[in-house]
Each structure stands twice: as C-alpha cells, then as structure tokens.
Design a protein around this ligand. Structure first.
Ligand code: ACO
Length: 402
C-alpha cells in the first residue's frame, strides 16, 4: 500500500507530500526562517532586534510595506488605524446572537467574515486603494472584535474604543475596563503584550498563512481570506497550542505536580499525549521567539504577589525534556506557545482568549502575505493534486438489489 505521513513519494506525474513537509507553495520576501539554526527575521531584521527596539505597529508596517516606516509614515499608519477602531452599530448587535459560551475564536472568524458584508466598497483584490483601506480596517477592528467576544462571554457591557490610547492600551482597556470606572493601564503589561504580538506577527507559510494565501488565490477578498486564516489558527496543533499548554500544566498540577511521570506518559505515547508547546515543523532548535517569551514570563510573573506554581512546572518540564534523549533525538524544543499562556493568564485573560491573542498578533503577517500573493504575477489558483487509492470503476447497483 501507499505509505503516507511525512514520506515524499514520486508517483507518476504528481508528488505526494502530505503536510507539505518539503514543498514550497510560493516565493516570498517577507520572513526568513532557518529552523536548524533557530533564526527568524522579518524583511531581513532579526526578531531579537525588533523585539528589543520596535513595536507591534511598526513591525506590522514593515511586514506589510516592506520597509521600516519613517516617523511620519508610522504616525499616519497609527492615526488611520485609530480612526477605524469602531465597529458598525449593526455589527455590535451581532454579538447578541452568539451563545454566551461560544469560543471567542469562532466569534472572531465569523465577525471578520462579516466585514465583507459591511464594507462592500473594498472587496476588489486588485484595487490597491481598496486593499489599503481593508488593511487598515482589519488592523483597527480585530482588537475591538476580540475584546467584544470576551465581554460577551463574561456578560459585561462592551466599551467603545478610546482613540486617545495606543493600540495595545486600547485593547486592554476594552477587554478589562468597566464602564464609568477609570481603567489604570499597567505599562509593563502593555510593553510585554506589544512584544508578544510582534513575536507572532509573521512566520512564513504556516498553516493559517498558507490558508489565507490559498483562499486568496481564488481572488477572494482580504476579509474572506483572513477569516479562513483565523479558522485554521483555531486548531490545537497550531494557534490552539497556547491554550493546550496551560490546560496541560493545570492537569499536571491537579495530578499532584508529578512532572517526571507526565514526561514518561509522553515518551510512551500513552493515549497519544504530547508535550504541548514543544516541537515545530521548521525549528529543529530552540525557537528564538520562545527564548524571548521565557524571559518575559519570568519578568511578568516575577512581579506577582503570589508566584504562579505553573511557571515552576513549565520550567521543570523544559529542563527534563531538554536532558532527555526522546526529545533531543527528535529535536523537540519549546516553541513560542510554551510560555505565552502563563503570561496571558497572569494578565487576566481566560484560556479561551489565548488563541485570539495569537490571531491579533498574526494579523499583519496574514495581510502582508495576502498582498504579496495578489501582486505576484506568478500566482495561480491553489489546486493540489492527489493520489487516488479508492475503487476502480464498478457498476451501480439499484437500491433494491443491495
Ligand atoms: N511531544 C511529544 N512528541 C512529539 C511532540 C511533542 N510535542 N512533537 C513531535 N513529537 C514526536 C512525534 O511523536 C514523532 O515521533 P515518532 O518519530 O516517534 O513518531 C516526532 O516527534 C515527529 O513529530 P511529527 O508529528 O511528525 O512532527 P510535525 O512536524 O508533523 O509536527 C507539531 C509539528 C505539530 C508542532 C508537533 O511537534 C506537535 O504536535 N507539537 C505540540 C503542539 C504544539 O505545540 N503546536 C504549536 C506549534 S507552533 C505554532 O503553531 C506556533
């Protein structure tokens, strides 16, 4: 029979490469990854330098437009985004229709998809001005949608955006603020969340970005394509991993905190249990983002009056795994999701919002990749082939004879 998995097979005219382990789908000049060396660069700039000196909006501009902005360009980009943060009042009513316990990722993808119904003036993928305004609308409205999804879940009134605030401050206030009560902004939370969004901003042809490009290759508009990306990110093997990591740590804690016995379970592949937040299709070395997130986790959690025992469990897990041949031989290292959930929890986000935060961060990458795809004269509609393994021709039997 046919062996699938990560095996690459030449079968006649087509190449079978399930999971696209070794197949490039496009050429791109946005993000560079060297998985063996643990290198990540946006438009040539090392992620460590951007995390240190840049901001999420500046990095978004860089990804989308190809160069770092001048001060005037950044100011204009920021102001335009600020002016589009409101949702249409009718769109606000949407949130009433969703069940209160809906996962906010499901709400987010539906709401992003619905932007196509509200902004019918910006659906032509080949009109650069329309694409630009769709870009601004997405960057502006996704944080508002995300915080409304959260407010709906906890039964609190939604707060209109306050456009005197910065991007991340505004999002934190809409999420955690309460009407008629001053909201005190924690500058450390703002700085760290801004950096986490920046670290997630692009990662070349991952599952959700490839989805955005594939949907866009049919010339579907930017909102429709990004909504598909949100859905791809929903899965636990992709964006859902940050939620899965925290749940894993909580389960270990509930079982008495026996990290070694959990690692044994993973190694024995009991019930298919994996060490969530470990391993990556491309990184066969320490994920450079994970190193930055670990440092931030120690900083944020170190300020808390009560230390979170889950951080300790996570560090124990990492230490045991990095010294164990099972993980070493498979080149399994912590990925970006291993420590992010602990920070989000410390900031007060419930686990269901973790993947939404990933989506918020990945948004400029999806937009940049979609725009590159639509302008590329070599883009064709994505249409993979298959290797058919079903029946040969056979005769139809009428139902009475079956
Ligand atoms: N825990 C235990 N074993 C693992 C893990 C893990 N987290 N990841 C991979 N392995 C093992 C597999 O069992 C397999 O072992 P085998 O050769 O004995 O069968 C080997 O390592 C290779 O694993 P694959 O699943 O073939 O690797 P793939 O590249 O397809 O998967 C993935 C990558 C999905 C990220 C995987 O490592 C995983 O499931 N990790 C946990 C989920 C996770 O953290 N996802 C976040 C990814 S990063 C992101 O989206 C930002």
């Amino acid at each position: 029979g046919l062996e699938i998995g990560s095996l690459l097979k030449q079968t006649g005219q087509v190449t079978l490469d399930t999971g696209f382990v070794n197949t490039a789908s496009c050429v791109s000049s946005i993000t560079y990854i060297d998985g063996d060396e643990g290198i990540l660069r946006y438009r040539g700039y090392p992620i460590e330098q951007l995390a240190e000196g840049s901001s999420f909006l500046e990095a978004s501009y860089l990804l989308i437009h190809g160069e770092l902005p001048s001060a005037t360009q950044l100011q204009s980009f920021t102001t335009r985004i600020q002016h589009h943060t409101l949702l249409h009042e009718e769109m606000r009513r949407f949130f009433d229709g969703f069940p209160r316990d809906a996962h906010p990722m499901a709400v987010l993808s539906s709401a992003v998809s619905a932007l196509s119904t509200f902004y019918q003036d910006s659906l032509n993928p080949f009109d650069e001005e329309q694409v630009e305004i769709s870009t601004i609308r997405l960057m502006a409205k996704v944080p508002t949608i995300a915080s409304y999804a959260y407010k709906k879940a906890i039964g609190q009134p939604m707060l209109y955006p306050d456009n005197s605030l910065g991007y991340v401050e505004n999002f934190l206030r809409m999420t955690f603020g309460v009407p008629a009560t001053p909201y005190e902004i924690d500058p450390v939370a703002v700085k760290v969340l801004d950096m986490l969004l920046l670290l997630h901003a692009d990662h070349e042809q991952n599952c959700s970005t490839s989805t955005v490009r594939l949907v866009g290759s049919s010339q579907a508009n930017l909102f429709a394509s990004v909504s598909a990306g949100v859905n791809a990110l929903f899965g636990p093997l992709h964006g859902g991993a940050n939620q899965a990591v925290l749940e894993m740590l909580q389960d270990i804690q509930a079982d008495g905190g026996d990290v070694a016995s959990f690692v044994r379970k993973v190694k024995n592949k009991e019930d298919g249990v994996r060490l969530m937040g470990f391993g990556h299709r491309v990184y066969k070395n320490y994920d450079p983002r994970a190193a930055l997130v670990k440092k931030a986790a120690q900083e944020v959690l170190g300020r808390m009056a009560q230390p979170d025992p889950l951080l300790d469990l996570a560090m124990q897990l990492e230490e045991i795994a990095l010294a164990d041949d099972f993980f070493v031989s498979r080149k399994l290292y912590p990925n970006v999701d291993f420590y992010t959930g602990l920070i989000y929890k410390a900031m007060g986000f419930p686990t269901t919002m973790f993947t939404v935060l990933f989506a918020l961060g990945r948004l400029p990458g999806w937009i940049a990749q979609w725009r590159e795809m639509i302008k590329d004269p070599d883009t064709k509609i994505g249409r993979p082939r298959q290797v058919y393994t079903g029946y040969g021709a056979r005769d139809y039997t009428p139902i009475a004879a079956r």
